[in-house]
Write a protein that binds this ligand. Structure first.
Ligand code: CP3
Length: 349
């Protein structure tokens, strides 16, 4: 079994640096587009055979060292009764802004959506048969609150900001409900067999440090602590893109691994985090639109910057772009494997 990824997460020695790619099952893969032409995104998340098929595609095609469950961070909102259309960007039939909106949310406990996804996880573990570990994930409470209040992607996030600063009690009520639903979702994925989890805090980077400590950090910390309570050894990755200014706080969230985007050098991120966590990242997804030669140079640089880290998992600093040539994604994996393997041999001489 290739457990390089799990070992790197836990800061244990590895023969070479493991790699996976955020959004690795996605539109840059022709075989993904072929499935997507025949099925809706939601079917692909909730029909175990489809979820399994697309999750395995990048493992088969580009040889990544981990699979990530094909799903979406917005699933708990659906489990709580929200209707979401993936166009492919998510669009919600209604938003959550008033007390009545928030009170109308159902508890996610026992939702059939989580049952279908757990079936997908079990099928995946059987199909993977130990080839590479399976990562589960969820969105962090603040990020889901932002989507729920804004009704989808948003330019200024005015709706969540007006709630945070106008009616903070309401914002906390929403965050409380979302935290509970996210924990239910992760518990269900873990019970079904995911071997690591990543918490995506995609919108945390809009916050000041003080407001991060009020509206994001405590809830994310609670989710990660709940994961540890159900499984004391499962690696937990926390990733907030565009949040380099918050890294000192992020170091206290309680994850084994911190995701780093490309806007901060890995060496600088490591100085801020110290040896509190392993690191994951941090290639600019745009580099994969360049040539294999440029990709190789950037990989060598990141590996050098990661040298001596508690643990390093190669990844992009955010999701792979749909325009990425498949050969370039493969070149990223190959260069990481080749150069990190050499590094181990060199240092052993
Ligand atoms: O990484 C993987 O391969 C696993 C699958 C995965 C998806 N979404 C599939 C998806 C993961 C880990 C996510 C997380 C996710 N979803 C995040 C956090 C990561 C980040 O980008 O910060 C966010 C913010 C979402 C919300 C969401 N879902 C958006 C913004 C979109 C549109 C994205 C786009 O590419 O246009 C989605 C839809 C979605 N989720 C797609 C995929 C593959 C595209 C759906 C399609 O193929 O039509």
């Amino acid at each position: 079994m290739n457990d390089l990824f799990l070992r790197a997460c836990l800061g244990q020695p590895v023969e070479r640096t493991p790699i996976w790619i955020m959004r690795q099952a996605g539109r840059y893969l022709p075989e993904y587009r072929a499935v997507r032409e025949r099925h809706s995104f939601w079917q692909m998340c909730t029909i175990p055979e489809l979820c399994t098929e697309v999750t395995l595609q990048p493992v088969d095609r580009i040889g990544v060292d981990a699979a990530i469950l094909f799903s979406d961070i917005l699933v708990p909102l659906v489990a709580m009764g929200m209707e979401i259309d993936f166009t492919p960007a998510p669009v919600m039939a209604r938003t959550l802004r008033t007390e009545a909106d928030i009170e109308s949310l159902r508890s996610a406990d026992g939702s059939s959506v989580f049952g279908s996804i757990a079936d997908g996880v079990r099928m995946l573990r059987r199909e993977l048969n130990g080839r590479v570990p399976l990562i589960g994930f969820a969105g962090a409470p603040f990020t889901l609150a932002t989507y729920a209040a804004c009704g989808g992607g948003s330019r200024n996030q005015s709706e969540i900001r007006s709630m945070m600063f106008g009616t903070p009690d309401l914002a906390h009520r929403l965050l409380r409900k979302l935290t509970d639903a996210i924990i239910v979702s992760l518990r269900s994925q873990i019970a079904a067999g995911v071997q690591a989890i990543q918490l995506f805090d995609s919108w945390a980077g809009i916050l000041s440090a003080e407001d991060y400590e009020t509206f994001a950090l405590p809830y994310a910390r609670e989710v990660l602590a709940a994961v540890k309570a159900v499984d004391p050894v499962i690696p937990r990755i926390y990733f907030a893109p565009g949040a380099a200014g918050l890294l000192d706080r992020i170091g206290t969230v309680g994850a084994e691994v911190t995701g780093i985007d490309w806007r901060i050098p890995l060496t600088r991120a490591r100085e801020i985090l110290g040896d509190r966590t392993a690191v994951q990242g941090n290639l600019d997804p745009g580099v994969l639109l360049g040539s294999p030669k440029v990709i190789e140079e950037k990989v060598i640089r990141i590996l050098a910057e990661a040298r001596g880290a508690k643990g390093h998992i190669m990844n992009l600093g955010h999701g792979i772009l749909p325009e990425t040539p498949v050969e370039n994604a493969a070149a990223f994996v190959e260069a990481t494997h080749r150069h990190s393997g050499q590094k181990t041999v060199d240092s052993g001489q």
